[in-house]
Design a protein around this ligand. Structure first.
Ligand code: SF4
Length: 383
């Protein structure tokens, strides 16, 4: 049984080289072949010691993920559907802009959080991705794009956002080594500011990320109060807004940026009124006494079948943003990209199977919860 070298950060690869009876520094050479040059064949690695090159094929492999499909949008956005086995698939999206190339990476097959406005959440949770499966998305996209765009030897992906399928902080064990590889100068050498982890609010893991690998943090907020957020982001029942914002304040001293980005999906008639905007402003400007230094991204909702939700009209989104901007919080309305290939935010479900039947269970649970959601505080919070 061989190990996939995409599963290792540099430290892990050095330990693996030691196990093979090789010097730890050989790992750096190997690491650079894999992540700087995109090599997957040990025979190509001509400057590796011959002893190591001879041992490697029996002990290791460098294997990406099978590509089930690739779709190219008219706006340059590219979406891959990768096979992760047992009928599961994950999506990865490349978004080119004038001054950057951003890759949106998945961390889980499905997602257990079950946000109401998210098609991945409706599909249920299958399993966590391994470090190698998270990194394979970057490795394959980067070296495909260099060839596809005829930019040999030039880095194409300049930013990574962990905003694809899954809640990355519920898979932190695999996430941290993957982030370390993204940041490592012997691999992708991305700055901490250009790698963003987006979370729905797994409070203890925000603290752990701060300690182990602080990168830019985006928080999916979507509501200015707990009753509404309980409904939209069920994890809020476990980690309500005040606890989440406290975690954001604790994160900031370690963060590479001096602000947190809050994501806010604009849902027609649900969370998009001027009163909601003013409540959000007050919350973020006053929490903890001095407020939370932040920026806000307003995300137009991308409808999907059975969501029961609609996107807020353009004028409503603009009015909402204007209230926040006038109140002193820098707020932008996110452009949607890749609409023609269903690659926009919240559309990452594609043809992936619902293997857990969670969509049905989620719908049942909501049917029970909705009539009482503004009346009774959730038991977990009362405890
Ligand atoms: S928005 Fe993120 S955390 Fe919520 S269900 Fe979708 S993938 Fe999971």
């Amino acid at each position: 049984m061989t190990v996939n070298l995409l599963d290792f950060d540099l430290e892990g690869l050095a330990a693996f080289c030691e196990q093979l009876g090789e010097k730890r520094f050989r790992a750096t050479q190997l690491f650079r072949w894999i992540h700087h040059k995109g090599a997957s064949d040990f025979a190509q690695m001509t400057d590796l010691a011959r002893s190591l090159r001879e041992k490697l094929p029996a002990a290791a492999r460098i294997t990406g993920l099978p590509v089930l499909s690739r779709q190219d949008s008219a706006d340059g956005t590219i979406k891959w559907l990768f096979d992760v086995g047992d009928g599961n698939a994950v999506e990865t999206v490349f978004i080119p802009e004038d001054d950057r190339g951003t890759l949106c990476v998945s961390s889980q097959a499905g997602c257990a959080v079950g946000c109401r406005f998210c098609s991945t959440g409706h599909q249920g949770f299958s399993r966590n991705l391994t470090t190698g499966e998270i990194l394979a998305q970057l490795w394959q996209a980067e070296f495909f794009l260099r060839q596809h765009l005829n930019r040999p030897g030039e880095r194409v992906i300049t930013n990574v956002v962990m905003m694809g399928m899954g809640e990355p902080l519920q898979n932190i064990h695999a996430l941290i080594p993957a982030l370390k590889v993204m940041l490592d100068d012997h691999a992708y050498g991305l700055s901490r500011r250009r790698v963003t982890v987006s979370t729905s609010g797994v409070v203890p893991m925000i603290d752990r990320l701060a300690q182990e690998c602080p990168v830019a943090l985006a928080v999916s907020l979507h509501a200015p109060n707990d009753p509404l957020r309980d409904d939209l982001v069920p994890l809020n029942r476990k980690y309500p807004i005040a606890e989440l914002l406290d975690a954001c304040l604790r994160y900031l001293p370690a963060a590479p940026r001096d602000f947190i980005t809050f994501e806010y999906c604009m849902l027609d008639g649900v969370n998009d009124t001027p009163e909601h905007a003013r409540e959000l402003l007050k919350l973020l400007r006053e929490h903890g006494g001095r407020g939370v230094p932040c920026k806000i991204n307003l995300i137009p909702f991308n409808p999907f079948p059975d969501s029961g939700l609609r996107c807020s009209p353009r004028a409503v989104v603009q009015r909402f943003g204007q209230i926040l901007n006038e109140g002193g919080i820098v707020t932008t309305i996110r452009k949607t990209r890749g609409d023609d290939i269903d690659a926009a935010c919240g559309q990452l479900a594609g043809d992936v199977l619902d293997r857990t039947d969670a969509a049905r269970r989620l719908a049942q649970r909501r049917a029970v919860e909705q009539p009482i959601r503004f009346v009774t505080p959730h038991p977990e919070r009362q405890a």
